[in-house]
Design a protein around this ligand. Structure first.
Ligand code: G6P
Ligand code: MG
Length: 215
């Protein structure tokens, strides 16, 4: 069994992935850029700045944007997002998550967070999840976005483990690739077609214990 598990936050522990999508969608609408749920898959796990570049890349009108424009767009997106997440409570923790975290605690397996989100501390606090974590690495601490492995390598270091002792749990392909680049095993949460780099894929955190017990 692994000595540590590094969890992604959005879409794995909390149902915030849909709020990110809604907030990007609101910005896309304002800019009149077509943006579908399929396009949104490419934004999952990716940092705020890298996500905006992907979104603006969907603009086929030839418009150009200054750095000031981009800074303003990032503010608009985050304001939308904050208006959605300010009401988060423990009820928004995804099914199976508390059971998984409790199981890891009883097995003395270290628990870390490896998230690209700068809002991660706020979300952990609102939902009461902070108490479970031995280490938290978030978007305020890393500059290189997933699929770069920085966030998970820092996470392993903070847990005082080497990469091969860690398991990553992710709902994004960029995050699964980051885990692979870090030399860690990775469980994908979602659908296999969206997570080709995951070692195993399960539909939700409800199946976590079953999967980890055999490793
Ligand atoms: C996560 C999400 C992304 C999000 C990124 C930055 O990893 O999967 O969709 O864009 O974090 O989040 P933030 O809260 O800092 O905008
Ligand atoms: Mg995620």
């Amino acid at each position: 069994m692994y000595k540590g598990v590094l969890f992604d936050l959005d879409g794995v522990l909390i149902d915030t992935a849909r709020y990110h999508y809604q907030a990007w969608q609101a910005l896309a609408k304002q800019l009149q850029i077509p943006f579908t749920e399929q396009d949104n898959e490419r934004l999952k796990g990716v940092s705020r700045v890298a996500s905006l570049d992907i979104l603006l890349g969907l603009d086929k009108t030839g418009r150009t944007y200054t750095e000031d424009d981009k800074a303003q767009f990032l503010q608009v997106k985050n304001d939308h997002y904050l208006s959605y997440i300010k009401h988060l409570t423990a009820a928004d923790i995804l099914p199976g998550v508390i059971e998984a975290l409790t199981f890891l605690k009883t097995e003395n397996i270290r628990i870390g967070l490896g998230s690209a989100s700068k809002n991660a501390p706020f979300i952990l606090d609102k939902t009461g999840l902070s108490a479970y974590f031995d280490a938290v690495i978030d978007g305020n601490m890393v500059t290189q976005a997933k699929p770069h492995p920085a966030v998970f390598l820092l996470g392993a270091e903070a847990l005082r483990l080497i990469p091969s002792e860690c398991l990553v749990v992710e709902d994004s392909e960029a995050g699964c690739q980051a885990a692979v680049h870090a030399g860690m095993a990775v469980i994908g949460i979602g659908e296999r077609e969206h997570l080709p780099s995951a070692d195993k894929v399960v539909a939700s955190m409800r199946s976590f214990k079953k999967v980890i017990i055999f490793n």
